[in-house]
Write a protein that binds this ligand. Structure first.
Ligand SMILES: Cc1ncc(COP(=O)(O)O)c(C=O)c1O
Length: 409
């Protein structure tokens, strides 16, 4: 009898992760410059390494045993202070918690709110791991084209009896849009009125470069009953590998969350929590100084796109980015003659991403990974989080050459 071992059918609807695919190409072309990964190039605060060294030297077993479901008391205190005092989040009726990265908080919430067929509204472009988490939970991610700043009325029109939540990401991955306060308030009020959870992903909260300030919808009075506020230490403190995030969620979800958290993580990693306490105790100027280093890189990116446009390449930014460290590049009017050799098809976003990585040695992320499909155009997410100065110049030059090649033949 043949072996019938295989994954659940449910997994067929979960897309393949895009970043590991890029990793494969990087192995084939080790000189590749990355405008792809959503990471920053700064090291964590020195206090983090000190705190970790000290924790390792301490006698006792605190680091070696399981900790509390919601996080260690010292970190929970720091997280509560951060949410309440820095972000003004209404914690009355909210449960703060620490998670193994912000993605874990989202995945756990998806498990908590989704029955088979439950819908979660994700304004497009959507963050691929959100889409994957909803699918893994048996839910249906409903991508809604609601504009670069999501129009609350368009989102409202997408609500059905199966809808459980609306997700916003501000500042946005992948567009770099910072959603204005009035819009976030309207979406939050919509969730309150329709009995939905507003999941506010604020992984890029401090990454604001324009005039629109970051606003946390958890600030709205009474919002704690229907708002989940998600934060990450990956970007802000350069701690991506330490897997630390924190959140505030409605207390009504606490019993269900306890079940899922106990199943999936038991407790957040002890040593990483020591690192997180030290990071959150860092003077806010530490973060501000580092975020400021992204401003000239953003300008370099915008100047490059403008330069290509002026030389006649059919490129544009989907929207001018004001936050995070991303920009969405749209390449219009790609003809079949431009496409991957021998296919007779025009490049789509995935094909263009692959050609740029393998032929030009510059990594980007296809807009398809974010559910963005513009007829007759390819879309690429460009990140300037990992490159600056001469390497960023070189990466943009390689991208320009690649674009010239596919647009002009
Ligand atoms: C919008 C958004 N949320 C969450 C994450 C992941 O955060 P973490 O590393 O804390 O899981 C990312 C990473 O790229 C992101 O872009």
């Amino acid at each position: 009898m043949g072996c019938s071992l295989g994954p659940a059918v449910r997994l067929e609807a979960v897309c393949d992760p895009v970043i590991p695919r890029l990793g494969e190409w990087l192995r084939l072309r080790p000189d590749t410059l990355s405008l792809a990964q959503g990471m920053v190039d700064w090291a964590p605060p020195e206090a983090v390494r000190r705190a970790v060294r000290e924790a390792l030297e301490l006698p006792g077993v605190a680091l070696d045993r399981y900790g509390g479901t919601w996080g260690d008391p010292e970190l929970l205190e720091a997280v509560t202070r951060q949410l309440r005092d820095n972000d003004g989040v209404d914690l009355d009726g909210a449960q703060p918690l620490v998670t193994t990265g912000s993605n874990m908080a989202f995945a756990v919430l998806a498990q908590v709110i989704c029955d088979p067929g439950s819908e979660v509204i994700l304004p497009l472009p959507a963050y691929f791991n959100h889409v994957m988490a909803v699918r893994l939970a048996g839910g249906v991610p409903v991508g809604v084209e609601a504009g670069p700043v999501p129009d609350p009325e368009v989102l409202a029109a997408a609500i059905t009896p199966r809808t459980r939540a609306i997700v916003t990401i501000s500042p946005n991955n992948p567009s770099g849009v910072v959603i204005p306060e009035a819009v976030l308030r309207a979406i939050n009020a919509l969730c309150a009125a329709r009995g939905l959870l507003h999941i506010s992903d604020e992984a890029y909260g401090p990454f604001v470069h324009g005039r629109v300030p970051h606003f946390s919808p958890g600030r709205v009075s009474g919002a704690s009953a229907h708002t989940a506020t998600l934060h990450s230490l990956s970007k802000t403190y350069g701690l991506a590998g330490w897997r630390m995030g924190y959140a505030a969620v409605p207390v009504a979800l606490r019993p269900a969350l306890a079940k899922v958290l106990d199943t999936l993580q038991i407790c957040p990693t002890a040593i990483s929590q020591r690192a997180a306490v030290a990071a959150l105790s860092t003077d806010p100027s530490w973060v501000r100084e580092r975020v400021a280093t992204l401003v000239p890189r953003r300008a370099q990116l915008l100047a490059a796109v403008e330069g290509w446009r002026q030389e006649g390449l059919p490129v544009r930014l989907w929207v001018e980015p004001d936050g995070a460290f991303y920009g969405l590049l749209v390449v219009d009017g790609l003809a079949a003659a431009d496409g991957p050799t021998g296919t007779g098809q025009p490049f789509d976003s995935d094909g263009l991403m692959e050609a740029l990585a393998l032929r030009e040695g510059v990594a980007t992320v296809s807009g398809q990974a974010f559910g963005l499909a513009i007829p007759g155009a390819a879309v690429l997410r460009l990140s300037h989080g990992m490159l600056s100065g001469a390497p960023l110049v070189e990466a943009l030059e390689r991208l320009g050459s690649g674009l010239r090649r596919v647009c002009r033949g």
